[in-house]
Ligand binder design. Sequence first.
Ligand SMILES: Cc1cc2nc3c(=O)[nH]c(=O)nc-3n(C[C@H](O)[C@H](O)[C@H](O)COP(=O)(O)OP(=O)(O)OC[C@H]3O[C@@H](n4cnc5c(N)ncnc54)[C@H](O)[C@@H]3O)c2cc1C
Length: 326
Amino acid sequence: MTGDSSVGIIGGGLAGLAAARTLGKLGHRAVVFDKGRGPGGRSASRRAAPFAFDHGAQYFTARDPDFRRSLEKWLENGVVSRWDGRLVSLRAGRSRPVRGGTERFVGVPQMNALAKFLASDVEVHCRTRVGSIEHATTGWKLFGEDGGELGEFARLVIAMPPAQAAALIGDQSPLGRRAAAIRMRPCWAVLLGLAEPYGVAFDGAFCEASALSWVCRDSSKPGRPSAEAWVLHASAEWTEEHLDEPPEIIADTLPRELERLTGMPLPRVLNRDAHHWRFAQPDSEREAGVPVDRDRGLVLAGDAYSGGRIEGAYLSGVAAARSLVG
Ligand SMILES: Cc1cc2nc3c(=O)[nH]c(=O)nc-3n(C[C@H](O)[C@H](O)[C@H](O)COP(=O)(O)OP(=O)(O)OC[C@H]3O[C@@H](n4cnc5c(N)ncnc54)[C@H](O)[C@@H]3O)c2cc1C
């Protein structure tokens, strides 16, 4: 697997997939490797019948004109839909409606639908963790966890959280140090399937003065099963203080915090899981510019370099591809 225009991409989240599609349009062969069972990374969904959960990204907004143009196509294709959930900001005993004209969008039938759609005309190798990379005069060699060679590419896009990117790059490029300097914050997520609807008058809440930062009635999103599904996200601070707690404790503690905030007991819980996101969101809003090492044909992509959200991740993949071959 080599050739002057071949590009290897490590990471099949929205940044890596956007990079692959952009490279394809520019006439380059792009091959994506992802360690997950499917593409999508943190834009993730999980089913536990009859419930469906988006336990990573909850929804996305679209501000950039290029991103909005792509969004129009996804809406036409039905892989994305607008979500008009009733949102509030929530403090113990008090909730205030969130006003303002922000449009929010979700993948349909699950959040990972967009990644699946973007991956549909891209060569993606899932369940393939890249264990090491090696820069040679001809380009970059990629190796699996077992040391077996995965391929050799003229250029390389690394589209994964910065700490993981830094570990792969090491001292083979100055970009290793640049990635190592970016801090990502963790998030505990709890997935709750309920026997009946929770009687609160909102579908999503930004939580204040709480261990929780966000809670969402996932079953209120378009195209989801009707079974009452909630996702609770802990704040980064609280997660950092409870990193080593067993998932069962987290899955018990955060629902109780939701009850405290709303003053309403939850209906019978039929499904209860906790998921730990080690690298959930970047600490700072924006890293300036695309990190590119032209001498070695290496570029970094991902939300950490472009605003920390789905829109930023996607745009960073597009920008990374263009800067590598443009
Ligand atoms: C809890 C949570 C809530 C969020 N809420 C929102 C929200 O409401 N709105 C919003 O816009 N954004 C939200 N985000 C952020 C959003 O999910 C990310 O900005 C976006 O998905 C990042 O995409 P990415 O491609 O940069 O990275 P990722 O999605 O992390 O993709 C990186 C990929 O690299 C792969 N990988 C890592 N190491 C290797 C390896 N060695 N070999 C092969 N593959 C590897 C991973 O499997 C992964 O698929 C949230 C994130 C989390 C975790």
